[in-house]
Design a binder for this molecule. Sequence first.
Ligand SMILES: Cc1cc2nc3c(=O)[nH]c(=O)nc-3n(C[C@H](O)[C@H](O)[C@H](O)COP(=O)(O)O)c2cc1C
Ligand SMILES: [Mn+2]
Length: 453
Amino acid sequence: MVSIETGQTVAVSDLRSMVAALRAQDCLVEITSEVDPVHELGAVLHACERAGKAAMFHKVKGHQIPVVGSVLGSYERIAIALGCEPQQIHQRMVAGRAAPTPPEVVDSGQVQEVVADGDIDLATIPIPTHAPLDGGPFINAGIVIARDPESGRHNLSFNRMQIFDRDLAGVNMNVWRDVREFFLKAEAAGENLPFCVAIGVDPVLLIAGASKYEGDEYEIAGGLRGAPVPVVRALSCDVLVPALAEIVLEGEVLAGERREEGPMAEFTGHYSGTGPQTVARIKVITTRRDPIFETIAGASFEHLILGNAVTREPLLDAAVRKLSPRIGQVYLPPYACGFTAIISMRGPEPGEPQTVGFAALASHVNVKTVIIVDDDVDIFDPADVMWALSTRVRWDQGSLVAPHARGNDLDPSSDENAVQSKLIVNATLGRGRSERYTKVRYPTVDLREYDVT
Ligand SMILES: Cc1cc2nc3c(=O)[nH]c(=O)nc-3n(C[C@H](O)[C@H](O)[C@H](O)COP(=O)(O)O)c2cc1C
Ligand SMILES: [Mn+2]
């Protein structure tokens, strides 16, 4: 629930209520000038995100449909989506995963108010070409919804979709992705994989889409929202889609088809290369009346915070706490692309920081560097962490390089097989030195209590 000026509260349950909440909290820039979806929109969105705001583009050149971006591009906006304070996000993420809530199937959904099932043309949707060297327009904020051909469970994920033709789009599926496993099973049986893409959804569905979870991923969204997500059956396949989405694309990922896709600005701050990717045919487009298109710019803070920080910290937290009762806090700083885990410990036993480092590396394939500090270090302050690295590490004993391990394929330090080296750094003082060295801290004073000139 979010307070608005009138003293009422806005319960976020879909994109529209989220936009209203952002507006009420002064977190949204409304752009009424005409903006070109090719390159210009991406640049303006980037500028708004840098200024700490989401952006609503009311007039997109050549289109009727408005575009909103960077909806979850800050901790403040994620907190608005979850109805909590920014400091409570981590706790809410852990609690949401621990309270899986199945979706509620409803008979009719607003997302099916308008149906196009004849001559499909994706060009009727304002899909931006965001960054200067992107290979074309990409759907980046679509939640790909597919079912395991064996168990039938629903998986939600982000898979960038490059528009190839009127009804053809790429579906970028990295190794490790559940939807890729589903597709490969279908393809092995000589079949296409039916799937849907929901665009413009309750932000808890964005969080669920970016989360790794074994069960039906609608359950995480319900757990985070504290209420079941209303879903409706897609018109052309046996897939459940969010009833309150703005737009749903229904189609099939095509067996035996691959097409050259990319490049695109990626979360590492570099462009991805090009390569063969799976291809989908879109057969039906359903929308609300007057839909809003949602986007996430490539190489954005939103991608990092949503995909690589907030949703992965619960996995890191669980992995390291299993090994030690002396864990303080854990952090995957978005500025380090989710590749660096920072962990604080209270008086670790000898050898324990390194062991915790192994657990952190095992918590997600993307973790490349683990820094363990004492709990007198503020892990959320990069300067304090750098201070600990500069003053407390004995590099010969306190650093451990693990060569030849699998990492993220988009990390420029990975080779062509996504193989890289990993590093654990023990920046704790350790027995003997922790008794000898005390961090200097002066008492806090209020300068207003002093006469100063
Ligand atoms: C904005 C954003 C874009 C993403 N784009 C892709 C993508 O193009 N391909 C991909 O394989 N994963 C992409 N991801 C990552 C996955 O969607 C994410 O890790 C998700 O948890 C994967 O789901 P799964 O674990 O259920 O397979 C993206 C994540 C975000 C937040
Ligand atoms: Mn999954």
